[in-house]
Design a protein around this ligand. Structure first.
Ligand SMILES: [Zn+2]
Length: 276
């Protein structure tokens, strides 16, 4: 396993969430990846569902946001939501975008990643098995979050995020800290031949990310190592990459999991904000 394990579990007023130790150590950001524990939603959304687009009640989701935001020290009004479509587009946002997706309509459409250099702008992306990528350039400073499901991983949204940070802020990959959060692991991410072939084509030098599955014509893919190797190839030092190494499907008791809950599940959020 390349990359260090560096996510810490916190329990604050009953809300369970993770932060990235190397990000915390810089003192530059507030960050958090939510779990399913500590909210008020019920049934398949039990309990900390943060998906406003689900059929959960808005009142419950807003209460969940209020609890999670209090735990990680972010004002809900400072959040900007992505509008994910399993693509590879990233938007640069700023203070004028705060509240979009939560308190007002958004014009951030079809973006799977967000970035900013402005303090007090909390970037928010959503998950239930897909891989959350957190980026911090402590030099500029600037931040980004991107949503790397299997399609985003094949499309190399992580490398595209870094390239865009370089263009927008002059970020150098060798300065960047990256966090790869809780998501479906190689233990549970089983695919058919057509998806396996897309990974084989996208990662020709890293065939070990593909293993034979338990059944014929099934393969298990390691999204964590695929994203890690992609970022190392972009110039991020391996010691700057923190891996949660926690499978959301195996730990369906802590996390919402699209696979683990057979599609009937809530959403977790990855939040990252430069402090003022
Ligand atoms: Zn698993």
């Amino acid at each position: 396993m390349i990359g260090k394990e560096g996510f810490c579990l916190h329990i604050n007023d009953g809300v369970w969430y993770y932060t990235i130790a190397s990000f915390d150590d810089t003192g530059l950001v507030r960050n958090g990846f939510s779990t399913r524990k500590g909210g008020v939603s019920t049934g398949q959304y039990g309990t900390l569902n943060l998906g406003l687009k689900k059929s959960d009640s808005r009142e419950a989701v807003m209460e969940n946001f209020s609890r999670f935001c209090r735990a990680i020290g972010v004002e809900p009004g400072n959040m900007v939501f992505s509008d994910q479509i399993h693509g590879d587009q990233i938007a640069v946002v700023g203070e004028n975008d705060r509240g979009k997706g939560i308190f007002r309509n958004t014009d951030i459409i079809g973006k799977d990643g967000l970035m900013t250099c402005q303090p007090g702008v909390a970037l928010v992306t959503f998950y239930a098995d897909c891989v959350p990528l957190f980026f911090l350039d402590p030099v500029y400073p600037a931040i980004a979050v991107s949503h790397a499901g299997w399609r985003g991983t094949v499309a190399k949204i992580g490398a595209k995020t870094l390239a865009m940070m370089e263009k927008a802020f002059g970020t150098r990959p060798e300065d960047c800290l990256v966090g790869i959060g809780p998501s479906i692991g190689p233990c549970c991410f089983e695919v058919d031949i057509p998806v396996m072939e897309q990974f084989a084509a996208a990662f020709p030098k890293h065939r070990y990310i593909i293993k034979n599955g338990r059944k014929p014509n099934k393969y298990n893919i390691d999204l964590w190592q695929a994203n890690t190797m992609e970022l190392i190839e972009m110039g991020v030092p391996k010691d700057n990459i923190s891996l949660a190494s926690i499978c959301t499907c195996c730990r369906n008791d802590i996390f919402f999991s699209h696979r683990g809950d057979r599609g009937h599940t809530g959403s977790m959020a990855a939040v990252l904000m430069l402090k003022g």
